[in-house]
Design a protein around this ligand. Structure first.
Ligand code: ADP
Ligand code: MG
Length: 251
């Protein structure tokens, strides 16, 4: 059954005139991108990355399956966490560390997608795996293994909303979201179709104030259902819509 289709359509969406170098990325991240064989960003990447990275905007993006949405959010997330870690190192000893708190949450509608995103995350953090550790809490591991891994305080958690809400409501002490910087909801249309709205509302109670959180809502299709989520999670998001070759930007 091919419910979990691997999409390799990104070639069709490449922004040939752009290069990943123009985003001023950490050399370890750039090296990982190059090792993956990516030379040019796709259109969604070349529009979303500077808005997220330089302008710190929240992003709502609608772009076809296979257009490269994963790196459109992962690159800004990884880069900002690397920057943050550097400032932490510089001030080490002067300020109280923020050891042990999650910096990014990536929510996806299915376990398969959680695995897929985790794999890309692993690829992109290949050269900075000490600074950025991630955990897929929706993978099939026992609770005791999960607790051990969570107690190591991974910087990024990948999860389906159902699993995340269970963990948060179970009061797992090792998940602290007080310093959370990023919230991604990938395939947000499916997240809603699968009935996760109530779980998202519960999760919202554990999050820091909206003004301290950068949010990415990504989807292949967008309809009005997203309005509630926009209000719930976003500040004043840049809305990027890619239809065929046409890009609509609402900034
Ligand atoms: P989407 O989430 O929009 O469906 P993905 O992020 O899964 O798309 O990307 C689709 C495919 O394109 C993946 O196989 C990915 O490795 C590849 N890809 C992503 N960005 C690029 C790029 N800049 N250049 C070439 N291939 C890319
Ligand atoms: Mg995707």
């Amino acid at each position: 059954m091919a419910s979990n289709t691997v999409s390799l359509a990104a070639d069709a969406y490449l922004d040939d005139s752009a290069s990943f170098k123009q985003f001023h990325l950490d050399s370890r991240l750039l090296q990982a991108i190059e090792k993956s064989g990516f030379h040019h960003p796709t259109l969604i990447q070349s529009h979303a990355i500077p808005l997220a990275l330089q302008e710190k905007r929240d992003i709502i993006a609608k772009a076809a399956t296979g257009s490269g949405k994963t790196l459109a959010y992962l690159i800004p997330v990884i880069q900002t966490i690397l920057d943050y870690k550097k400032t932490q190192q510089d001030t080490e000893g002067e300020e109280e560390g923020e050891e042990g708190s999650t910096l990014g949450i990536i929510m996806v509608p299915t376990r398969e997608l959680a695995t897929q995103v985790s794999n890309v995350l692993g690829q992109m953090t290949l050269y900075c795996s000490n600074e950025i550790r991630s955990l897929n809490v929706s993978s099939q591991i026992s609770n005791s293994v999960l607790n051990t891994l969570l107690s190591e305080s991974p910087e990024i958690i990948v999860a389906t909303p159902g699993k995340l809400v269970n963990l948060l409501e179970d009061n797992i002490k090792s998940i602290s979201l007080k310093n959370l910087k990023f919230l991604v909801i990938d395939e947000v249309d499916l997240v809603l179709t699968f009935g996760y709205q109530d779980d998202l509302t519960k999760i919202a109670q554990f999050l820091p104030l909206k003004k301290n959180l950068q949010t990415f809502l990504m989807s292949a299709t967008l309809n009005d259902d997203i309005q509630d989520l926009k209000k719930q999670f976003c500040r004043s998001p840049a809305i990027l819509k890619f239809n065929d070759d046409e890009i609509t930007k609402d900034q």
